[in-house]
Design a protein around this ligand. Structure first.
Ligand SMILES: [Fe+2]
Ligand SMILES: [Fe+2]
Length: 475
């Protein structure tokens, strides 16, 4: 069960050959997927040989195989983590019962919604990143972009498999719709806000993979706890791939900071205008990008009070982050949780039933995890001997979902009026001028071992290869 058969048309470890109906349905979906990839996948990458990793087994050790692959020939497939013997439902009202191998009728609509919402983010990010290959700062970065892209494509396969296998005709229709929506499209957009934003430059890409792929980590972890065992096994394997995406983001931003600090020290300049003249991204601009990506990403966790979140939990469909490591009754009936609300123009804490606050619980877990990486970025600035520090904005800043929607809040958490917001918006969020400046730095660097001026080389290469390895062969 753990080894993946690559002789099949659709590589898989789910014995697809034994389920002819499902196999036919997926083989019918496959050409539409390839069409979507040709239309909306990485622009101008056809014919390149890219040093990619491909899953060969789902055992924790050594699942990955590295080698040069022609981009459209990447073998997308269906991989589930190993089944856990006698797995139980670990939370909610069915706690202690055997995990479901089939969809319980009463949870069908909610499970489908959860799977479609997750599935929709996967092709969305590929669409958002479609043009970045043209301005890659190095072969190493281009390779990382393509790795992220093919794995997001595979994550779509993961969700489509569940829809086809477990949701009959509705599932097949949803799988088609996943290829029809388009990120940022006015008439048929992707489901969630952050996945309709543009990712126009590489700083946005690194911030996106740091923050927004981390939302993926937390959502997938919550789904990995699901009582619906196929969803749990799929998402557990997806998480092994997600870790790399966040690495690309964290190390990418870190290398941008490193290069900026290097040149600031070397030339003894501090003023952002002077820093920009050196062809690197000034630290205040980095802070504004951070503010933007952080705030749109924390919106993804949904409203701070949500009866849906309570239903998903009590039904055993979606758990908390690290549910089984938590020391409580995993039913959460009488519990409470502190959320923020606005009262008399100020943010104050308020206790609400824990079950209704589970979106906020997951958001707070995400925030803790995000802050840790920002501290590591600050170490790079500190080591350069500079005083500047990056900081995540207050969680009410620039929110469009939940009780802060429509409210103006400064990055330090003060409720402010429209005039103060308007006077400061360009200091808090990337302005058009910031984006134009960053765009002006973006130019394709593809000579082996060379890097664009605005970013430092990584400390080590991919899969222990040297930094000046030929990660992409352009043929
Ligand atoms: Fe993903
Ligand atoms: Fe991802």
């Amino acid at each position: 069960m753990t080894t993946i058969d690559y002789t099949d048309k659709i590589p898989n470890n789910v014995n697809l050959a034994e389920d002819r109906t499902l196999q036919r349905a997926l083989e019918h979906w496959q050409p539409s997927y390839i069409d979507w990839w040709q239309d909306m996948g990485p622009d101008g990458a056809q014919g390149f040989d890219v040093y990619l990793r491909t899953a060969i087994s789902t055992t924790p050790d050594g699942w990955a195989h590295f080698g040069h692959v022609k981009m459209p020939d990447y073998r997308w497939g269906i991989f589930l983590a190993q089944a856990e013997q006698d797995r139980k439902i670990n939370f909610g009202e069915s706690k202690g019962e055997a995990a479901w191998q089939e969809v319980p009728g009463e949870h069908r609509a909610n499970l489908r919604r959860i799977i479609v919402t997750q599935g929709d983010t996967e092709p969305a990010s590929v669409e958002q990143q479609r043009h970045l290959g043209k301005t890659a700062p190095s072969q190493y970065d281009l390779r990382n972009l393509f790795q992220v892209n093919v794995e997001e494509g595979r994550h779509l396969w993961a969700m489509v498999y569940l829809l086809h296998k477990h949701f009959g005709r509705d599932g097949r229709e949803e799988a088609e719709a996943l290829l029809e929506r388009r990120s940022g499209d006015r008439d048929n957009p992707r489901i969630l806000g952050a996945f309709n934003e543009e990712t126009p430059d590489w700083l946005a890409f690194f911030m996106f993979t740091y923050f927004t792929d981390r939302d993926g980590k937390f959502q997938l972890n919550a789904l990995a706890e699901s009582g619906f065992d196929p969803l749990s096994r799929t998402t557990r394997f997806m998480l092994t791939e997600e870790a790399h995406h966040m690495f690309v983001g964290e190390s990418g931003v870190s290398r941008v900071i490193q290069r900026t600090c290097e040149l600031m020290k070397q030339h003894g300049v501090d003023d952002p205008t002077e820093v920009r003249k050196l062809g690197v991204i000034d630290l205040p601009t980095l802070q504004r990008y951070l503010n933007f990506h952080y705030s749109v990403t924390i919106d993804l966790f949904g409203a701070d009070q949500s009866s849906n979140a309570a239903t998903f939990y009590s039904a055993g469909l979606k758990g908390r982050y690290e549910e089984t490591k938590r020391d409580d009754d995993h039913v959460l009936k009488g519990g409470s949780y502190k959320i923020l609300e606005v009262k008399d123009g100020a943010l104050i804490e308020k206790e609400v039933p824990l079950l209704n606050a589970l979106n906020e619980v997951l958001r707070d877990d995400f925030i803790r995890d995000s802050v840790a990486g920002v501290a590591r970025w600050n170490k790079v600035i500190e080591r350069a001997g500079l005083d500047f520090r990056l900081v995540v904005p207050h969680k009410a800043f620039n929110r469009h979902i939940g009780s802060f929607a429509g409210l103006r809040v400064s990055p330090d958490g003060r409720v402010i009026d429209e005039a103060e917001w308007a006077a400061n918006a360009d200091a808090w969020l990337p302005s058009e001028a910031d984006r134009a400046f960053v765009a002006s730095l973006m130019g394709r660097v593809v000579e082996t071992g060379k890097f664009a001026n605005w970013i430092a080389a990584p400390a080590i290469g991919v899969n222990k290869q040297p930094v000046n390895f030929e990660y992409v062969r352009f043929n």
